[in-house]
Design a protein around this ligand. Structure first.
Ligand SMILES: *[C@@H]1O[C@H](CO)[C@@H](O)[C@H](O)[C@H]1NC(C)=O
Ligand SMILES: *[C@@H]1O[C@H](CO)[C@@H](O)[C@H](O)[C@H]1NC(C)=O
Ligand SMILES: *[C@@H]1O[C@H](CO)[C@@H](O)[C@H](O)[C@H]1NC(C)=O
Ligand SMILES: *[C@@H]1O[C@H](CO)[C@@H](O)[C@H](O)[C@H]1NC(C)=O
Ligand SMILES: [Cu+2]
Length: 190
């Protein structure tokens, strides 16, 4: 039997495979798009109320992943650009941002080398600024969909009850807030 043209084609695939192997990604592979959020529109909000950062980061379950809205003010212009991530732990009673732990890194990639935003599936899941861009002060309004974060507890990339942390140019954790569920359309406090 003759070799098919396809076999010949695959014979030439070695180069592409070597290149692909050079791409940094998680030990568990590339992040996979999330399509099993239990309730589309389910909303979690991290509320910031410090001098360094005031406002909110909102996370809304979408059919694929999670939609984020960053709506904050007060970022000192000279201390930017600012990075922001999902960190694994909620903010403790003490308010200590150190205790929010590291980035959400469900696919075990590590922070280095830095995320290539043209291949967001290869980045740490929680590295939102790496994937969608750092922000500058003083006021930030930014929206994006992240396909790799989830609101399903059994799914890699689960974000609820974790925290959003802002870092200044020196990487210092300048503000943090826990993502808390918005129970209904009525968001009045108290
Ligand atoms: C692998 O990555 C290194 C560092 O980014 C780069 O210099 C090199 O050209 C890459 N090799 C291939 C085969 O893509
Ligand atoms: C998520 O964002 C997309 C793009 O802006 C929008 O079309 C969609 O309605 C949003 N989903 C939810 C659940 O808000
Ligand atoms: C941003 O936050 C401000 C202050 O809380 C609010 O008045 C405004 O409506 C928000 N904008 C968006 C687009 O959510
Ligand atoms: C989130 O945290 C709240 C308050 O501690 C808790 O009641 C709830 O069960 C948690 N939800 C999930 C899905 O982890
Ligand atoms: Cu961080």
């Amino acid at each position: 039997m003759q070799l098919s043209p396809l076999a010949t084609l695959f014979g030439g695939a070695t180069f592409a495979a070597v290149q692909a192997a050079n791409v940094t990604t998680g030990k568990l592979g590339d992040a996979r798009p999330v399509r099993n959020n239990p309730v589309i529109g389910e909303t979690w909000v991290a509320t910031f109320d410090s001098t360094a950062v005031k406002g909110a980061v909102t996370a809304v379950a979408h059919t694929v992943g999670v939609n984020y809205t960053i709506n904050v003010t007060g970022l000192a212009v000279e201390k930017g650009p600012y990075k922001y991530h999902i960190h694994v732990n909620p903010v403790p009673e003490s308010g200590s941002c150190t205790e929010t732990g590291g980035h959400l890194d469900s696919y075990v990639r590590g922070a280095e080398p830095p995320c290539d935003s043209s291949m967001p599936q290869t980045c740490e899941v929680g590295d939102l600024s790496g994937k969608y861009g750092a922000v500058a002060g003083p006021d930030v309004k930014k929206e994006f969909n992240d396909p790799y974060t989830a609101m399903n507890t059994i799914q890699l990339g689960y974000v609820a009850n974790r925290s959003i942390v802002f870092h200044d140019e020196s990487s210092a954790r300048i503000a943090c807030a826990t993502l808390k569920k918005v129970e209904s359309a009525d968001t009045c406090q108290g």
